[in-house]
Design a protein around this ligand. Structure first.
Ligand SMILES: [Fe+2]
Length: 342
């Protein structure tokens, strides 16, 4: 029996970096278990030792469903679609803040599956309560297994990931912010977790100004796309009274979003659903993936379209030159519907 078949699969397989002609399949294995105790030989705490394996495929075909098998056994099998090479109809799902209440996270994933497997999933961050704790990731991957084995995944980094190496390993993240095209839409994923990006104020500021410079260029280059979608963990606007003004670096991006015609931004961090429309840009906060709910006690005047404190997910359907966003509660009822035009 080959050595690898004895390794226990604790995550995946799932696909990241799904492009027109390439994709990476990742799976996470348990190499062993490390114990910690107050006396020699006593195990008060145990943590799995995790190892991410990955394989990248290049030269594959756009707009095609591929089936992979990374272990030569059932649990190593999955499928995904590559990005189309030109305009095409597609649907993606966005949710976030899946940490802490695992039963609720499980219900959110079940609701997404019941709605229909999307072309890809975007996560707005705070996947787990502590990204440095190797015992928490297998729980996340167990809940997500069925969904992630059938679609491609584009996660954003939340503050609860603690900028930990495991996030970068598990999702093969080589650049902290990036963009990609899918059909006639352009997608940007930002790293809004400025608090954990570096220990010195100067390094944090330099990270942020580099990211903003990149964002300005990326948005300027994507003006021909019908739709521009931005995803980040921290919201620029919020109805959660005690958190208003908490993310000035994100709020400062609003004029740029307006100038470069961002269609919609998707954010998390606040555990509820919020939708604002300000100078043509939609701001959707989708943080209802399982974390304890927050009140929506102070909706900003003049721009609020909908705020509701409930678990949910968001689905975006692009059909020809039109698109719409729908927010769904876990019973399948529609919480909000937004029509988008290029
Ligand atoms: Fe957060």
């Amino acid at each position: 029996m080959p050595a690898w078949s004895a390794d226990k699969l604790l995550g995946g397989p799932f696909v990241v970096h799904a492009g027109q002609r390439s994709a990476t399949v990742v799976w996470i294995l348990k190499d062993g278990e490390a114990t910690l105790g107050t006396e020699p030989g006593k195990a008060d705490k145990t943590a799995p030792v995790l190892r991410a394996e990955k394989t990248s495929y290049t030269g594959i075909q756009p707009g095609t469903t591929y089936y992979y098998d990374v272990l030569g056994r059932d649990e190593g099998r999955g499928s995904f679609k590559t990005a189309p090479s030109g305009p095409a109809d597609f649907q993606f799902v966005v949710y976030g803040d899946t940490r802490t209440r695992h039963d609720m996270h499980r219900r959110v994933v079940a609701a997404v599956i019941k709605h229909g497997i999307p072309d890809f999933v975007m996560h707005t961050g705070d996947l787990v309560a502590n990204g440095a704790d190797s015992a928490q990731w297998p729980v996340f991957f167990d809940i997500e297994r069925e969904l992630l084995s059938k679609t491609a995944f584009f996660p954003s980094l939340g503050n609860h990931e603690r900028n930990d190496r495991q996030f970068y390993d598990f999702f093969d993240v080589t650049t902290p912010y990036y963009s990609f095209d899918w059909g006639q839409a352009h997608f940007i994923v930002l790293n809004s977790d400025i608090g954990n990006v570096a220990t010195s104020q100067a390094a944090r500021e330099s990270f942020w100004s580099e990211q903003v410079r990149w964002l300005e260029e990326d948005l300027a280059k994507s003006q021909k796309a019908d739709f521009r979608f931005v995803t980040a963990h921290h919201p620029p606007i919020t109805a959660v009274a005690r958190r208003q003004g908490d993310n000035p670096q994100m709020t400062a991006l609003i004029p740029l979003f307006e100038k470069e015609h961002v269609t919609a931004g998707f954010f998390g961090h606040d555990h509820n659903y919020q939708h604002y429309l300000k100078n043509g840009v939609h701001y959707v906060i989708t943080g209802g993936g399982g974390a304890p709910l927050y009140d929506v006690d102070t909706p900003p005047a003049g721009i609020t379209q909908k705020v509701i404190s409930t678990e949910h997910f968001v689905s975006v359907k692009v059909t020809g030159k039109s698109a719409h966003i729908e927010a769904f509660a876990l019973d399948g009822s529609v919480l909000d519907r937004i029509d988008l035009k290029p």
